[in-house]
Design a protein around this ligand. Structure first.
Ligand code: SF4
Ligand code: SF4
Length: 151
């Protein structure tokens, strides 16, 4: 892409996202994560918890700056029957505007209610794994009388 158009695009995204960055409008980043990050306990650039990440690619899709790239895993990880994790995200810090869309929309946080697997200022590793999250979800579905499925 033409660098001038790229720059204009970034400025436009940045302005559109400004209230979210400055005022926290619509931001969901949990308090505990914020405190942990601000305490300096997590060191940049550990921005992705590869073990907890389920490889869905949502963060890359929602990033307004398109600065998240999904990279292939050396070995794919089986999450459940016929479902595998084969990629993980990487943030390009030079383009990040700290809007936290990636964190807030990560299903590990949004669906599983655990610490997000991605955070532009550093993740707080909790020891959870994507396989464990899927196992727990399937057990819950089974208990509720559902089939578990492969979806
Ligand atoms: S905070 Fe996340 S979504 Fe926002 S620009 Fe940075 S990497 Fe992209
Ligand atoms: S960090 Fe979250 S949103 Fe991004 S690929 Fe992993 S699980 Fe999906």
């Amino acid at each position: 892409m033409n660098p001038v158009i790229q720059l204009l695009k970034h400025i436009t995204y940045g302005i559109a996202t400004l209230p979210r960055i400055v005022l926290g409008t619509g931001r969901l980043t949990d308090d505990q994560m914020r405190k942990t990050v601000l305490s300096g306990a997590v060191k940049y650039p550990d921005t992705v918890d590869v073990d907890a990440c389920i490889g869905c690619g949502v963060c890359a899709m929602v990033c307004p700056m398109k600065c998240i790239t999904m990279k292939p895993l050396e070995e794919k990880v089986k999450l459940r029957e016929n479902q595998y994790k084969d990629k993980y995200p990487e943030i390009n810090p030079a383009q990040c505007i700290f809007c936290f869309q990636c964190h807030d929309n990560c299903p590990v946080y949004k669906v599983h209610h655990r610490s997000s697997a991605i955070h532009p200022r550093g993740i707080r590793k909790t020891g959870i794994t994507a396989e464990g999250l899927f196992r727990r979800m399937d057990e819950k579905i089974k208990k509720q009388g559902g089939g578990g499925g492969n979806g």
